[in-house]
Write a protein that binds this ligand. Structure first.
Ligand code: ADP
Ligand code: MG
Length: 247
């Protein structure tokens, strides 16, 4: 099983929207897919119309003493299951901090699902709290949406520093451009600059009303509006991600 986490220091950059769409694309490609929502806002869970309820709460999930099978929910999409997020996850950092072997617990969760899934996509809350920190060191790829704006690029550099401090290799980090608005000269300029940087994936997801509608429609953009520019970009992005994780 391969694992990909959507992470960033910033909120509102497209982590959740990307996680849901990539999960749908992975499932459509025939992979048994799990979308693990570890954000207490439970946006990814809501986008798929799954009830945001984690049986036993975050304590049971992250405290290291549970069997996951009861917590996983089916989505309406073939081969796509959801490990829902809920508000109890706001305590995830406290739970993980008080666990003496947090990395082991997390690895155990991942290995418990490894039998049933080919790929797990994890939608993280913004920032790098203890829970995300442990997770970051347990996955195969960190996808980081970056809006082409000066402060967002700066936040990416800080995020890369954090990853480095955690002892993770720089190749783990896969930034891509998100919420790109080509009408903005600054976006165009920064996009051109970023494209010369090897660390960035080539795909860039444009601002799109089709993506914005997803929480209301509760259907992934790539299914609801497969021909939108955003869906084309998301399919390219999935291709690059699948390549990187050898899927
Ligand atoms: N490509 C896009 N085009 C238009 N709106 C988007 C796009 N991606 C995300 N959004 C919207 O921006 C907001 C933040 O996106 P979200 O995926 O929740 O980001 P994050 O998980 O990083 O906080 C949401 O309202 C979402 O609907
Ligand atoms: Mg989110």
């Amino acid at each position: 099983m391969q694992s990909v986490a959507l992470t960033a220091l910033k909120g509102g950059v497209g982590k959740t929207s990307t996680a849901v769409n990539l999960a749908a694309l992975a499932a459509a490609a025939g992979h048994r897919t799990l979308l693990w929502d570890i954000d207490p806002q439970a946006g990814a869970t809501a986008c798929l119309g799954v009830k945001p309820k984690l049986r036993g709460g975050a304590q049971r999930l992250l405290g290291g003493d549970r069997d996951l099978s009861g917590a996983v929910r089916r989505s309406s999409i073939d081969r796509l299951d959801v490990l829902p997020g809920d508000v109890s996850l706001r305590e995830a950092d406290v739970i993980v901090s008080s666990n003496r072997k947090p990395r082991r617990s997390l690895k155990r969760i991942l290995s418990a699902v490894a039998r049933d899934y080919d790929v797990v996509l994890v939608d993280c809350p913004p920032g790098v709290g203890p829970a995300t920190e442990v997770l970051v060191r347990s996955v195969d790829l960190l996808l980081v949406p970056v809006v082409p704006a000066p402060l967002d690029l700066r936040a990416l550099d800080r995020f890369a520093d954090v990853i480095d401090d955690l002892g993770a290799p720089p190749e783990l980090l896969a930034p891509f451009l998100s919420l790109v608005d080509r009408r903005k000269p600054l976006h165009r300029k920064l996009m051109d600059e970023v494209r010369t940087e090897r660390r960035f994936l080539a795909s860039a997801v444009p601002v799109s009303s089709a993506v914005e509608r997803m929480p209301m429609e509760q259907v992934p953009t790539v299914i609801a509006a497969p021909r939108s520019l955003a869906s084309l970009a998301l399919r390219d992005l999935w291709g690059e991600v699948a390549d990187r994780i050898d899927l």
